[in-house]
Design a protein around this ligand. Sequence first.
Ligand SMILES: C[N+](C)(C)CCCC[C@H](N)C(=O)O
Ligand SMILES: O=C(O)CCC(=O)C(=O)O
Ligand SMILES: [Fe+2]
Length: 421
Amino acid sequence: MWCRRLSHLQSRLQDLLRGRVTCWALQQPNFKSLFPLAIHWHHTASKSLNCVWQQHEDHFELQYANTVMRFDYVWLRDHCLSASCYNSKTHQRSLDTASVDLCIQPKTIRLDETTLFFTWPDGHVTRYDLDWLVKNSYEGQKQKVIQPRILWNAEIYQQAQVPSVDFQSFLETKEGLKNFLQNFLLYGIAFVENVPPTQEHTEKLAERISLIRETIYGRMWYFTSDFSRGDTAYTKLALDRHTDTTYFQEPCGIQVFHCLKHEGTGGRTLLVDGFYAAGQVLQKAPEEFELLSKVPLKHEYIENVGECHNHMIGVGPVLNIYPWNKELYMIRYNNYDRAVINTVPYDVVHRWYTAHRTLTIELRKPENEFWVKLKPGRVLFIDNWRILHGRESFTGYRQLCGCYLTRDDVLNTARLLGLQA
Ligand SMILES: C[N+](C)(C)CCCC[C@H](N)C(=O)O
Ligand SMILES: O=C(O)CCC(=O)C(=O)O
Ligand SMILES: [Fe+2]
């Protein structure tokens, strides 16, 4: 049998060289006689557990907890949590996945209480907890959201009466921080009150939840309408709704705004939930939603003002979704910074403009706009992957400070506090 296997491997190699990459064993007519398999369903001794499984040629099928799951055998071997395959202190795999035979099949399978035991051809035994399998199966993950959110329009947000968190409790208590982060994760915006109106205190606040993301604008920024940088943000002009740093390969995750001073009129901040608007597009025109999630676009920042010389380019679709559950996780929307579209043919471009228009119409509906006047002492955190911001034109002297945060670090803090993120 070994020789046979070797000659199979040789022809498999030829197949690979010719570009045929299906599993050799499955192509063998006498496959079943080489690996006799049980084809009937196995039931558990305890009926109450309600678990049945079946060993197929190329996968393992499990029905448990109202879920039908299918597992690939290489996947099962790769996810062995035994001491020799997984270091539970570091939570890292020690098994060399490349050493697993891609045609591996278990020799025996047995269920004991809530644990499945797989014995592999080399005698190695892997145990899987049934609940672990449900939680980590594709079928289980497909039905779950990574981050629960409450999508809002102005009315929903205002009626929710989301409380602001006090500066002191945000800095000094775990509950204060946790409440703040919970609201931030759910709504994509959150406020901290009674913050001393200085850049230092704003920085302290930011550092409580995350590393500050230093960018071409600096670490903490401080800006007025002095056109010190080559961007409309540094003027008194109105800014339509947008997300920032769309021209980064990874746009900044969170934006922090603290208005330190404004002696003049106007200058209110506009906030729109981009995911709410995208949700409306999904309902009304699913094929347009899909197009917005597939067509890659460039955004660009070109600056040549004073000493500042920058040229940044970021590529990605307007809507970014996880392919396995279709969950939206990032919107890139900035009509000012969108670069020349040269990544798609003309007919797709036209359909893209139609889809972009549908989204824009949703984003511009007055009922989706939440307007707020930023005041010294009240710091606003914005999820820049979800919420669009803008501002009304203004008169007089207006000073804003703030920073960007690394999304990974904000989510890290949230998870360590027990929040789902
Ligand atoms: C916040 N701060 C003033 C530092 C930067 C402004 C960046 C503006 C740019 N058009 C964008 O949308 O990314
Ligand atoms: O001036 C403002 O309120 C916001 C300007 C802006 O969009 C930005 O700085 O990112
Ligand atoms: Fe902005």
